[in-house]
Design a protein around this ligand. Structure first.
Ligand SMILES: Nc1nc2c(ncn2[C@@H]2O[C@H](COP(=O)(O)OP(=O)(O)OP(=O)(O)O)[C@@H](O)[C@H]2O)c(=O)[nH]1
Ligand SMILES: [Mg+2]
Length: 306
C-alpha cells in the first residue's frame, strides 16, 4: 500500500444491537454477502458477539453481531446481556447500528434496547427492518420516535434484510461514521472467530432448524477436537442437552434426527473451509448447564458479572 492510500484509508467499528430476532445477523450476512452468522426464526439464536469484517480498497468496517437484548431467567441469558453491555462499555465502538423489528409491537423489550442505545455517546444509525412484513411503515417509524424521543436526531433508514440490496443501503448510511484510521484486519479476513466456533454454530443452526423451541434453547455444542490437515478437517462434537427427553428428540428414531443435523452442519462447514470434513456427534445430558458457570466460560461468555 503506498503512502497516499494509507493516509486516506478510513475504518470504523460498528455494533449491531437490537431485540432478539430483529434481523441483526441477517443484515451482517447481507453486507458481507456470506452466510457467516447463523440466522434462524428462533429468537436468541446469536449467543455471543462475533466480528464480521467488510473491507474495500479505501475502507474497513468491523461489524460486531451481538446477542439480542433480552431478560431471561438463566445465567446464560444474563451472560448474553452482559456480553452486549460490556462490548458497548469498553468504548471501542464508533457507531451503534440499532436494528428495530418494525413488524412487532414496541414492548418492554424494545424499551430496554432503546435505553441502552440511547445512553451511548457514540454515533447511532437506526435501522428499521422487516419493512416487507410491516404495514404502514412510516406510521411505525413516527410512533417509534414518539416513544423514544432521545433517538430522534439519529439518522435512520428502512430496509428488509431479505432484500439483497439492503446491505448496500446500510453501508451507504454508515459512511459518515467512518473516519480516517487503520486497516485492522487483512483484506481477505471476514471474521476473527475460530473454525471451532463456526463448527459449533453450524451444528446449533441445524439443531434449531430441525427441532422445536424447547430443544434449541437447551442445546449447547462443545467441540471436543478439531484436527486440521490440508486435505481434511476432522471434528468431534458433543451436543449437550438438559434432559433425557431432549436427548431422545435430538437423536430421533433410529438416529435419523442427529443424522439430519450432522449432515446439514457438515456441508456448511465444508463450504466454509473448502475441503472435506468429517463430523462426529455425541449427545449428552448435562442438566442445568444454562446455569453452570463452567459451561458459560467454555462458551467464552462473561460470568459472575452484573
Ligand atoms: N420478513 C422478514 N424476515 C426477516 C427480515 N430480517 C430478518 N428476518 C428473519 O427474521 C429471523 C431472525 O433473523 P436474524 O437475523 O437471525 O435475527 P437476529 O436479530 O440476529 O436474532 P438473534 O440472534 O436471535 O438476536 C430469521 O428468520 C430471518 O430470516 C426481514 O427484513 N423481513
Ligand atoms: Mg443473530
Amino acid at each position: 500500500m503506498d503512502n497516499t492510500t494509507e493516509k486516506t484509508f478510513r475504518s470504523a467499528f460498528v455494533a449491531l444491537v437490537g431485540r432478539p430476532n430483529s434481523g441483526k445477523s441477517s443484515i451482517l450476512n447481507n453486507i458481507l454477502k456470506e452466510n457467516l452468522s447463523i440466522v434462524t426464526p428462533l429468537p436468541q439464536t446469536t449467543r455471543k458477539n462475533m466480528r464480521g469484517i467488510y473491507t474495500t480498497d479505501s475502507i474497513q468496517i468491523v461489524f460486531v453481531d451481538t446477542p439480542g437484548v433480552h431478560k431471561g431467567k438463566h445465567s446464560l441469558n444474563k451472560a448474553m446481556l452482559t456480553e452486549v453491555k460490556e462490548m458497548l462499555d469498553e468504548g471501542g465502538i464508533d457507531c451503534v447500528g440499532y436494528v428495530v423489528d418494525c413488524s412487532r409491537e414496541f414492548g418492554i423489550e424494545e424499551e430496554a434496547v432503546a435505553e441502552l442505545v440511547g445512553k451511548q455517546s457514540v454515533g447511532k444509525l437506526i435501522i428499521f427492518n422487516k419493512i416487507d412484513i410491516t404495514r404502514n411503515i412510516n406510521e411505525v417509524i413516527t410512533s417509534f420516535f414518539n416513544k423514544f424521543p432521545t433517538l430522534k436526531d439519529s439518522p435512520h433508514l428502512k430496509i428488509s434484510a431479505l432484500d439483497h440490496n439492503s446491505g448496500e443501503l446500510v453501508l451507504q448510511q454508515l459512511d459518515p461514521f467512518i473516519h480516517e484510521g487503520p486497516r485492522f484486519y487483512d483484506p481477505d479476513e471476514i471474521t476473527d472467530a475460530s473454525l471451532r466456533f463456526f463448527a459449533a454454530e453450524y451444528l446449533r443452526k441445524y439443531i434449531i432448524l430441525n427441532n422445536r423451541e424447547e430443544v434449541p434453547h437447551a442445546a449447547f455444542i462443545e467441540i471436543e477436537s478439531y484436527k486440521e490437515t490440508p486435505e481434511r478437517h476432522e471434528i468431534v462434537a458433543t451436543i449437550h442437552v438438559e434432559t433425557n427427553g431432549q436427548k431422545g428428540i435430538v437423536i430421533g428414531k433410529n438416529g435419523t434426527g442427529i443424522e439430519k443435523i450432522r449432515k446439514g452442519a457438515r456441508l456448511e462447514i465444508k463450504k466454509l473451509v473448502g475441503c472435506p470434513v468429517s463430523l462426529t456427534c455425541h449427545v449428552k445430558v448435562s442438566p442445568g448447564w444454562r446455569d453452570n458457570d463452567s459451561f458459560l466460560r467454555l462458551m467464552g461468555l462473561p460470568v459472575g458479572k452484573k
